[in-house]
Write a protein that binds this ligand. Structure first.
Ligand code: FAD
Length: 567
């Protein structure tokens, strides 16, 4: 019998350790083995991936490729520049593949993409092997054990998870990689024009990158920021499996800190280093296995004994939240990421609600602008020019570094939605989608729903103050001084409310508080607050109360028909 010719498709699993899919592929004892990454135009042109996340991806790819080459000098991560949907049918034939193996991805777009690839494999007589490895439990199995419904709490996840079974212990990294086979790519390439994902303004920036399937030098090299047509990233955070495992080791070396971790006690104002693990971007790209993280924590907690923290505050609890959102996304599909058609998401008549495609019910990426004022607030929030230094510092850290602490995310999300601007959570989620290194569609949508009190959480009367919440953690305002340099010399007494500083104190600090932060930005100024927070909080609370009383959800007919506007 001839030995298998296996294509291993790296996607959400840029690592060698604890990869059930990679193990399944190598267990086939392949004659030839192609570790590949396909460059998906959806992510280049359509999804809002910011420069920092691109850089992090490239770091992870380079690190993985070097690790593969250490196992077999003839091999590396081979990057092919074409959409998987059009590439694979040609690849199966040209390379004579017998198997395609990959890790399961339950994101809405990925499901649809994989359906097309799996059908192409079937048509070509190629066997497809898929293994779950991105979550603690297989999210589809969790959903099946939860009656097909989304898991809306950690206890629901734990109950369903325990029915799925014990979380598997991690498996070691492979000790060898078989040789790759020939890699002819002299077939006609898919035309970008036929792919709807290409109809984006980003197209011109990255067009040239699509000139050859095997890269500009014909060596399947990992793309560079220059090839993608992108300027340099601004983040100082670097990706890769080696860094991830080193960071995990360093964190776990402090047994007390690991075992007694309580999320609400970690400071959102702490930076360099931050107060939580910063492992989310590595989990996102699969450079760190979540089961490796989970089991290493369990071992520390067990050896620590009495006094360890427990879910939801503990480190284990944090990982359970991640699985909870993944299972919710798996249950609901594309509507999980929006209010429209989502039966689990409360409908709130925000100022800037999203528009839907009437035929699919999916959001179109456009918005009804019901309030010019709220549109301005949204822009000032996005660019860190609200005039509330705590919010501005967080948004600027997010834009520059691609990461902010969980409670910082709470602050800015609450402020944009139910606790200030009353802007649709989907608009905030889009900004996070663009700027976060760790952007995970399921976790992002789920957490935005939580913070906007549209799903998962309903205590809308509990609001974050953009002043006292930051002060609780950082009286001196060092976090603000780091990210809002205009205020670096402001007296601590006024650092959270600089508009209250008398002129003489503003002068002493070398800053004038004036302007709206958008149209008349001058050197040496910091904007006035864009509204009176106490007034906005009262208005938002009243509006939320009414919306809760009306009690509409995303799938209610009034919402779908838009008749709520007449109510
Ligand atoms: P740690 O506190 O060290 O936690 C360890 C790991 O647990 C994290 O790496 C993460 O994988 C997981 N985790 C922790 N909290 C959560 C949570 N609430 N939900 C899901 N997973 C969690 N997390 C993302 O991974 N991607 C996102 O796109 C994302 N968007 C968010 C949007 C909003 C509005 C909010 C409030 C939170 C969001 N989070 C998201 C969750 C959380 O803020 C980050 O996972 C966490 O801050 C990452 O930092 P860390 O690795 O130091 O976390």
């Amino acid at each position: 019998m001839t030995k298998p010719r296996v294509i291993y498709w790296f996607r959400t699993d840029l690592r060698l350790h604890d990869s059930p899919a990679l193990k399944a592929a190598l267990d086939l004892d392949p004659a030839v083995f192609w570790p590949i990454f396909t460059w998906d135009p959806h992510y280049v042109y359509r999804a809002r991936g910011g420069l920092n996340r691109w850089q992090f991806l490239l770091d992870c790819q380079n690190d993985l490729s070097e690790s593969i080459t250490k196992l077999n000098p003839k091999s590396k991560l081979f990057v092919l520049r074409e959409a998987p949907q059009t590439l694979f049918p040609k690849l199966f034939k040209a390379w004579g593949a017998t198997h395609l193996v990959f890790e399961k991805d339950i994101d809405a777009y990925a499901r649809e993409r994989d359906r097309i690839v799996i059908q192409a494999a079937k048509d070509a007589g190629v066997e497809v092997i898929i293994r779950s490895g991105r979550t603690l439990w297989d999210s589809d199995q969790v959903v099946a054990k939860h009656g097909g419904k989304p898991t809306m709490s950690i206890s629901q996840l734990q109950a369903a998870g325990s029915k799925v079974g014990t979380i598997n212990r991690p498996i070691p990294a492979p000790g060898h990689f078989p040789d790759p086979g020939e890699m002819p790519v002299h077939f006609e390439r898919g035309q970008p024009e036929t792919n709807p994902d290409f109809n984006s303004e980003r197209r011109t920036e990255t067009d040239t990158a699509y000139s050859r399937i095997d890269g500009p030098n014909g060596d399947f090299a990992i793309e560079t920021m220059e090839e993608l047509g992108f300027p340099s990233a601004t983040t100082t955070h670097r990706g890769g499996e080696i860094i991830a495992l080193r960071m995990l080791n360093d964190i776990l070396a402090d047994k007390k800190c690991t075992a007694t971790f309580e999320k609400p006690k970690t400071s959102p104002a702490q930076f360099e280093p931050q107060s939580t693990t910063f492992l989310s971007p590595f989990l996102h790209f699969g450079a760190l296995s979540v089961r490796e993280f989970y089991w290493r924590v369990q071992d520390v907690v067990k050896s620590f004994g009495k006094g360890a923290s427990s879910p939801p505050e503990s480190l284990t609890g944090q990982l359970l939240f991640r699985d909870m959102y993944f299972a919710s996304q798996a249950a609901l599909g594309p509507v999980f990421n929006q209010t429209a058609k989502n039966p689990y998401c409360r409908f709130i008549p925000w100022h800037l609600p999203s528009k839907r495609d009437p035929s699919t019910g999916l959001v179109t990426g456009e918005y009804h602008v019901d309030s010019e004022e709220a549109e301005t607030w949204f822009r000032r929030w996005k660019w860190g020019m609200t005039g509330f230094p705590w919010i501005d510092a967080l948004m600027r850290q997010l834009r520059t570094e691609g990461w902010i602490h969980h409670l910082g995310r709470h602050s800015v999300a609450c402020f944009l939605t139910r606790g200030g601007c009353y802007v649709d959570w989907e608009r905030g989620a889009e900004v996070f989608e663009e700027w976060l290194l760790d952007h995970e569609p399921a976790c992002n949508a789920g957490n935005w729903q939580w913070l906007s009190c549209t799903a998962f959480f309903s205590q809308y009367f509990r609001c974050y103050s953009p002043i006292s919440f930051g002060q609780k953690w950082d009286k001196q305002g060092n976090f603000i001084r780091r990210w809002v340099p205009e205020l670096k010399d402001m007296d601590a007494k006024y650092i959270y409310e600089p508009w209250k500083a008398p002129l003489v104190d503003q002068k002493k600090a070398g800053v004038r508080v004036r302007g709206d932060g958008l149209t008349d930005v001058e050197m040496g100024t910091y904007p006035k607050p864009m509204f009176d927070f106490a007034q906005r909080r009262t208005a938002c609370l009243a509006a939320m109360k009414t919306a809760y009383q009306v009690g509409l959800h995303g799938n209610d007919s009034q919402v779908l028909e838009g008749t709520w506007r007449d109510m």
